[in-house]
Design a protein around this ligand. Structure first.
Ligand SMILES: Cc1cc2nc3c(=O)[nH]c(=O)nc-3n(C[C@H](O)[C@H](O)[C@H](O)COP(=O)(O)O)c2cc1C
Length: 216
């Protein structure tokens, strides 16, 4: 069973989203010792911000009418979509940036959706495939906290992955990643450690979901 893994963090050193995704991948790997993994690190090698408009406006019926920029964008959309369609399971790790969806993740999703195979009229070629979304936040946004409702990334990401693409999605949300980094959050050390342990536990469980070892 092949895995596609997407990382949207802009860093490698100290990246919490990568660390949690590593746990998911390793749990998946336990069940799939020899399976291939395709990786995209869109925080470090972003999809160009101009590619989406170029691909949307490209004349796919008449490629000879495409500008060089449109040809490149269509080719990239094709490659990104091939990577998804070739995978039997998907792992996507995205940090919360500025209370919203990482621009790199949005640019990647938008470009993939320009591929005719991913259009709404094409049905859902990824329907039912197991997927895990890891979302990491520096702060905490639970019920009753001052910033409850400020995370505008999870809702949109779920809509796309679960409802638009039809993936069989599990989500690991890890909060308070900035505790230990930002001294103003020092009072939350114990709570942050507890939240991290719970996220890591879920990551193991969801890795087994990716592998098809869990049926519920
Ligand atoms: C530019 C920038 C903006 C961020 N904005 C938010 C934010 O709005 N809310 C939040 O909870 N954390 C925010 N964070 C913190 C990250 O979500 C947190 O550091 C997370 O661990 C980043 O993922 P990574 O560890 O995989 O790199 C921000 C971090 C950066 C670098």
């Amino acid at each position: 069973m092949s895995l596609f893994r997407l990382d949207a963090s802009i860093r490698t050193e100290g990246s919490v989203s990568r660390a949690i995704a590593d746990i998911v991948e390793s749990s998946w790997r336990d069940e799939n010792p020899d399976a291939p993994v395709t990786r995209r690190s869109i925080g470090l090698e972003p999809v160009p911000a101009t590619a989406w408009a170029a691909s949307v406006t490209a004349d796919r019926a008449h490629p000879e009418n495409q500008t060089p920029e449109q040809r490149d964008a269509v080719a990239l959309a094709t490659t990104l979509t091939d990577e998804l369609l070739d995978a039997e399971a998907l792992l996507i790790a995205v940090p919360l940036y500025n209370f919203g969806v990482s621009q790199h993740f949005k640019a990647w999703v938008d470009l993939v959706i320009t591929d005719p195979r991913m259009a709404a009229s094409a049905g859902q070629p990824l329907r039912g495939r197991p997927a895990v979304l890891v979302i990491v936040r520096g702060g905490a946004y639970g019920p009753g906290t001052p910033r409850e409702g400020w995370d505008h990334a999870v809702g949109w990401s779920r809509r796309i992955l679960e409802d638009v693409w039809g993936l069989d999605l599990r989500v690991v949300e890890s909060e308070f990643a900035l505790v230990g980094v930002n001294p103003a959050l020092d009072q939350f050390k114990e709570l942050a450690a507890e939240m991290r342990r719970e996220a890591e536990r879920l990551a193991v469980e969801h890795g087994r979901h990716l592998a098809g070892a869990l049926t519920h």
